[in-house]
Design a protein around this ligand. Structure first.
Ligand SMILES: Nc1ncnc2c1ncn2[C@@H]1O[C@H](COP(=O)(O)OP(=O)(O)OP(=O)(O)O)[C@@H](O)[C@H]1O
Length: 690
């Protein structure tokens, strides 16, 4: 229903004039009624939203018929720009009578003309019945038809018409009758063009305010946060376009609606809104997680409304992630793809194929395998081949942190959750991994308490931060890995059986490296090529590889290769293995006794012309290979001699290699055609020392 304005005027004509003015200015916003002296009988005012009167006399006169408690407002009035232009055309130094119906109105009009900046014309107020008047050059009259009581002066008459509403009255009316902001602004803007305001500051203040408001609107619309501003009655006065997008509510359903009605039915938000100030509260709105901050605007104990900021929870997380990436230079992602997974092993090839197939499903994967077998490589490749590949891949080793730290690392915590908790709380890995994959390595080491929380996260797809009470939805694919026998842990009561079954949807077992010796060669070649460190691989290195159990699996192999390629630019052989691996048991087996290593020493010794007697060989062997007794060296020398690979020379030069011996070394890849100067130097240095 339209709001009703009632005008109290001196006569029918002035009432009709103002009624038309109101209809002209406010369009169809209001109904207009009036009362005046001409009315007989004078009906009481029983209902109205606003009562306007032209001067205090009117108000006093009609007070007895006001039978409702509508607000009353005296119209501040002014003249039109056109009328002011006419008055300003009076030459300076001249004088004029300002005519109006009574003394109050005449004085008021005169004061108004002065206030509007007319300073060089002398004005005299004049009204009906005023006994004296000066001789003037001009008569400024409101209405020639009505005010026929002009004094008999031969002066030029300027008609200025009835005074119209001053802009301040328009603003008052709009505000009292709570006209919606945009409409109000439009009305004010249009009206300002038509009338000059006697309140000098108002126009410029309003202009400044409009410019500032426009700038503010642009600024707020640029923000990535939703911003809502309410007035003292908690009605939404302003909402930026981001808030429309976040809440999914059109602008016209936001503006001029109570902030409470917007969130009605949500007790938590109600409680939040009743606070004076709140920061980063997590709320659920239409199934979405939003972070809401709010501040009441108060000055000198007056309440002016609220400023509310809203943000989609996951947009905040993404921003955090981006910043995190920038700060630490890497994001939560995996660099792995199935093409990084090198194998010739039929079992592993098959496993790789299965993983490629299950990658695109969202199901949980349980990877079983010893440390360094490539569980993370599998997990990362699965993620990067899934629909989640553009989302985070977050890996954590459940065995490396104490329980409470692991808990807050996984699920995050709220500010003040415990002593030392960071201000603003901390986001957990589950939240960071939202829409992506979390890789829980060493899941068998997850404490029981956290197993329960993990199960809930998997089943409900919801988590709660440590010390928090809000539920946060998470959409995370879990890939878990362990080297431990989970079933045994279940039997021992150390692993929840329900969690085991929840994780054990796709079980993938990766065999250790010692069960796929063939892979050592291809993986070695792969990394040498990848690192651009091509080396000649001697047979004694391969013998070692096949003897050694590789407890650290591929990780250890990579480390060993890294070491060996650093210390030798030309070859990989038993002699340039790290110290901890140059051990007799890692070389000697039924087939290999170490005689080829002695033979290689003799070959190089002969080349560089050093003594290759038993003693020297013993020392060299101990330095370059592993610990061995002189007795054993003697046995090996005897065997080599028996096989005619060497000739035992009694005397200063020691033993010399035969062509059979050289062929043996060449054919079995213990030496190659070109010399290995690094090995030669090694032998030279070893001899020098003693
Ligand atoms: N088949 C493979 N081909 C090439 N590189 C591999 C292979 N398997 C593992 N690797 C490499 O070995 C290293 C260890 O692998 P990864 O970290 O995936 O092992 P893991 O089983 O997760 O180990 P842990 O359980 O100790 O965390 C990585 O650098 C990985 O790239």
């Amino acid at each position: 229903m339209k709001k009703l304005i009632t005008i109290l005027g001196i006569d029918e004509e002035i009432c009709v004039f103002f009624r038309n003015e109101i209809l002209k200015i406010f369009g169809d916003l209001f109904e207009v009624d009036y009362r005046n002296r001409d009315m007989e009988p004078l009906p009481p005012i029983t209902a109205s939203d606003l009562i306007l009167y032209t001067d205090p006399e009117m108000h006093n006169e009609f007070i007895s018929i006001i039978k409702c408690n509508a607000p009353t407002l005296m119209m501040k009035r002014t003249i039109t720009r056109e009328a002011l232009r006419k008055i300003k055309s009076i030459p300076p130094g001249k004088s004029a009578l300002v005519v109006n119906i009574n003394q109050y109105m005449a004085n008021e009009t005169t004061a108004l003309i002065y206030q509007l900046g007319v300073s060089d014309v002398t004005l005299y107020p004049y009204w009906e019945g005023k006994p004296t008047y000066p001789d003037v050059d001009y008569i400024i009259n409101v209405d020639p038809r009505k005010y026929s009581f002009l004094p008999p002066i031969n002066a030029e008459v300027i008609i200025i018409g009835h005074r119209v509403f001053d802009i301040s009255s328009i603003i008052d009316i709009l505000s009292i009758l709570r006209v919606e902001k945009e409409r109000s602004e439009e009305i004010i803007k249009n009206y300002m063009f038509k009338v000059p305001s006697f309140l000098h500051g108002l126009q410029s203040t309003y202009d400044n305010k409009s410019v500032m408001a426009a700038q503010l609107n642009i600024l707020l619309d640029q923000l990535s946060n939703g911003v809502i501003v309410t007035d003292a009655a908690d009605m939404i006065e302003f909402a930026n376009s981001k808030s429309v997008e976040i809440l999914g509510i059109p602008m016209d359903k936001l503006l001029n609606h109570s902030i409470y009605s917007l969130f009605s039915g949500n007790e938590k938000i109600d409680a939040i809104l009743n606070n004076k100030e709140l920061k980063d509260e997590l709320i659920k709105y239409n199934g979405n997680d939003l972070v809401l901050s709010m501040k009441s605007v108060e000055r000198e104990n007056n309440y002016y409304g609220k400023i509310i900021m809203i943000n989609p929870y996951y947009e905040m997380i993404n921003t955090q992630q981006k910043i995190h990436k920038k700060i630490i230079g890497k994001g939560y992602y995996s660099k792995y793809d199935f093409s990084d997974l090198i194998t010739n092993d039929p079992v592993l090839i098959r496993t790789k194929e299965i993983c490629k197939q299950i990658a695109s499903s969202d199901s949980t994967v349980l990877l079983l395998g010893e440390s360094g077998t490539g569980k993370e490589l599998f997990a990362g490749s699965i993620h990067n081949n899934s629909n989640r590949k553009t989302q985070p891949f977050v890996a954590i080793n459940c065995a490396t942190l104490p329980e409470n730290l692991l808990e807050s690392e996984l699920f995050g915590y709220e500010e003040g959750a415990f002593t030392g908790a960071k201000k603003g709380g901390k986001i957990g890995l589950f939240e960071l991994a939202n829409k992506g994959t979390i890789f829980l390595d060493e899941i068998g080491d997850l404490p029981l308490n956290l197993q329960g929380r993990l199960l809930r996260a998997l089943e409900e797809k919801e988590i709660m931060r440590v010390g928090g009470d809000s539920i946060i939805s998470v959409d995370v694919r879990v890939i878990a890995a362990t080297n431990r026998d989970l079933l045994k842990l279940v039997e021992e009561g150390k692993f929840r059986h329900d969690l085991f079954f929840r994780l054990n949807v796709f079980q993938i077992t990766i065999p250790p490296l010692r069960k796929r010796y063939e892979d050592i060669k291809v993986i070695t070649e792969h990394y040498l090529k990848k690192w651009n460190k091509m080396r000649h691989i001697y047979n004694d290195f391969q013998i070692f590889c096949n003897n050694y159990k590789w407890p650290g699996n591929v990780r250890e192999l990579k480390n060993v290769l890294n070491y060996m390629t650093t210390i030798s630019k030309s070859y990989l052989a038993f002699d340039n293995l790290p110290d901890y691996l140059r051990v007799r048991d890692y070389y000697v087996n039924g087939k290999h006794t170490g005689e080829e290593l002695v033979l290689k020493l003799i070959y190089y010794g002969n080349k560089i012309g050093i003594n290759t007697g038993r003693r020297t060989l013993h020392t060299l062997f101990n330095k370059i290979y592993y610990e061995i007794s002189e007795m054993e060296i003697r046995k090996l020398i005897d065997k080599l001699s028996e096989d005619e690979k060497i000739e035992k020379n009694i005397g200063r030069d020691g033993n010399s290699i035969t062509s059979t011996g050289i062929d043996f070394l060449l054919n079995n890849n213990y030496i190659r055609e070109e010399m290995d100067y690094e090995f030669e130097d090694k032998v030279k240095n070893a001899v020098k020392v003693f």
